[in-house]
Design a protein around this ligand. Structure first.
Ligand code: M6R
Length: 612
């Protein structure tokens, strides 16, 4: 979603901002803009990619060491040049960029119109620029106070960066609901929605919390609450490297991230599973194991791909630890009447970005009802990671491609470790079974490397189905969520309609779609569902569907029936999703490339969905 970059220092602010906005492109956006303050404010903005903004800046350059920039993902008003940020106040002396939604913008706008303010754009954001100007005039107060008064009137969410031509050495930033961090360099400061624009300049960052603002000047910075109480903020050291956020020779981030999985999975496991005694240590959960052991039920809340990993988690925890698990779409959790969450419940919020607004809202809801909330996040220091009582980082490294790949497998590994440790503590697993799963978990990076070797075969199959209008994905048990994930991956980046189903459900409706034009991907790797999957494959075949089967060397019964097979290495059933998902990720990638789609930034999508 929208991205903010700001700079104050001795470099060329426009350069830093453009580079930073490019780093944030993965979040998804439809217009971009920049404002530079060099005595006077200069604004350049346009619909389209940052590249377009860069061309405009080449034609009409702006110079100066202070500026703010933005990539906008349209909510209020279509993507066009006028609605692009930055937005100016009426007297053109205040300019700002904004992430989030001003929910009461309509009533604020009416008041401002009555006072004589006129609006250029259809955005909610423009209201804020006028409001700050109006307050400063009406109350004859400082810029900083005007921002505070304005934000007290605002309902909704914001990540904000504001410049004022009358205070040429200052940037004010504020946060409520939309992430914002401050990078601290030598005599220079960076502002960004996440760490990727900052990391090449400094690894020192301050994360703003909700209802906080920072006043950044050449002489230093100060963080206070919107209510004007000074805040003592910790400076965090980022561990991320610049290489991690670059493509390293791959044509797309998504492909790089798919191929990084052997590494991301060993990073996720390292230091947590002791190969000597097979024990599991999840430091972030130390204090909450007693809660987990006593929990009546575990609720998992997440969205999209993270929701699919939550579904795998449900199968894992119920199977291994014998605890009832409910997996909720985070966005729907609060509408369940009555949800009846209480202090005996544990909620696990899963989120790659750690910023997904729906997931955050679900965890806040559960927390307010007394539940223990645990986070499984990838982005260190993200809001969800900070608001949960306990948590486990997935350590998958930065995921830039909008389609989530390595985050999914790392989330499933974390859920597997939780399920195993819980099962051990509760005595619901035999030593032999525990040991079998741990041994395969330790071999996982190697097994994923083997699965990735099918890429050439995936390319051949993808070439045949590039223009298929529909796809069906079928799986049972642990592989049912993988069927959903395969379908989501394909539709989000190739725009082909795809559906995932528990295989047996096919005959309750989707079977009507099957004819010789329908590719059906079947996940036939599980020993305990094998016979039933074979029957489903026969049903597809009888209707001339084209079968692409994901198989294992020790489970090849489906091969004579399938039109195409993709082999993944043998692995114990509970870990099957971690290898069966690999050819599905590769196939959706390849089909999207064949169709000429923008793989890393699919249309209409955002990496970090910070609106509800
Ligand atoms: O950052 P999160 O894991 O909370 O994001 C949740 C979804 O928005 C995300 O998984 C989305 O579905 C991806 N585009 C899937 O590839």
């Amino acid at each position: 979603m929208c991205g903010i970059v700001g700079y104050l220092g001795n470099r060329d602010a426009a350069d830093v901002i453009i580079k930073g906005l490019k780093r944030l492109e993965y979040r998804g956006y439809d217009s971009a803009g920049v404002a530079i303050l060099n005595g006077k404010l200069a604004i350049r903005k346009a619909k389209g990619k940052v590249k377009r903004l860069e061309e405009i800046l080449e034609d009409k350059p702006v110079e100066g060491g202070i500026g703010i920039g933005h990539t906008r993902w349209a909510t209020h008003g279509e993507p066009n040049d006028v609605n692009a940020h930055p937005h100016q106040s009426q007297n053109k002396r205040i300019v700002l960029v904004h992430n989030g939604i001003i929910e009461n913008y309509s009533s604020l706008k009416k008041e401002l119109i009555k006072k004589g303010y006129s609006f250029q754009s259809q955005t909610d954001t423009e209201v804020l620029a006028h409001l700050i100007e109006a307050i400063q005039k009406d109350l004859d107060c400082s810029f900083e106070e005007a921002v505070q008064y304005a934000l007290k009137q605002v309902e909704g969410t914001y990540g904000l960066a504001i410049l004022n031509q009358d205070e040429p050495d200052k940037i004010i930033v504020a946060r409520k609901g939309s992430p914002l961090l401050l990078g601290i360099g030598e005599d220079e400061y960076f502002i960004a929605s996440d760490a990727s624009p900052v990391i090449e300049y400094t690894n020192k960052v301050v994360y703003l919390d909700d209802n906080e603002m920072a006043i950044i000047k050449r002489t230093g910075y100060e963080v206070k609450s919107i209510a004007n109480v000074p805040q003592n903020k910790k400076i965090h050291e980022l561990e991320m490297s610049i290489e991690q956020i670059e493509k390293s020779g791959y044509p797309h981030f998504m492909l790089k991230e798919i191929f990084e999985q052997p590494q991301s999975l060993s990073d996720c496991i390292r230091g947590r599973i002791n190969p000597e005694d097979q024990s599991i240590t999840l430091g972030g959960l130390t204090d909450v194991w007693p809660k987990l052991e006593k929990a009546n039920r575990i609720i998992i809340a997440a969205c999209g791909t993270s929701w699919h990993s939550g579904l795998v988690g449900e199968y894992l925890i119920e199977h291994l630890a014998k605890v009832h698990v409910e997996v909720e779409y985070a966005s729907e959790l609060r509408y369940k009447e009555p949800v009846l969450i209480d202090e005996k419940d544990v909620l696990i919020a899963i989120s790659q970005s750690g910023e997904t607004a729906d997931t955050l809202a679900a965890l806040r809801e559960a927390k307010s009802k007394g539940a223990t909330v645990i986070g499984i996040c990838n982005v260190v220091g993200s809001t969800i990671a900070r608001e949960t009582h306990a948590g486990v980082y997935t350590h998958a490294g930065p995921e830039i491609g909008v389609a989530s790949t390595k985050a999914f497998t790392a989330q499933v590994v974390v859920l597997t470790m939780i399920a195993l440790e819980l099962a051990k503590r509760k005595g619901t697993i035999s030593d032999e079974y525990y040991s079998e799963i741990i041994s395969d978990l330790l071999k996982l990076p190697q097994k994923v490397t083997t699965a990735l070797k099918e890429f050439d075969k995936v390319k051949e199959i993808s070439a045949l189905f590039t223009y298929a209008p529909n796809f069906l994905y079928l799986g049972r048990s642990f592989n049912f969520p993988v069927a959903l994930e395969g379908a989501l991956k394909l539709k989000e980046i190739s725009y082909i309609h795809a559906e995932g189903y528990p295989a047996a459900e096919m005959k309750h409706g989707p079977i009507a779609l099957i004819d010789e034009h329908m590719p059906v991907v079947v996940l036939t790797t599980l020993s305990h569902t094998n016979e039933k999957m074979i029957s489903n494959v026969q049903e597809v075949k009888a209707r001339k569907g084209r079968i692409i089967a994901v198989t294992m060397p020790n489970n090849r019964e489906v091969e004579p029936l399938a039109d195409f097979t993709l082999e993944v290495p043998s692995i114990t059933d509970v870990l099957s999703p971690l290898v069966t998902v690999i050819p599905l990720q590769l196939m959706s990638y390849q089909i999207a490339v064949n169709r000429g789609c923008n793989v890393d930034q699919p249309r209409n999508l955002a990496k970090s969905v910070t609106v509800e």
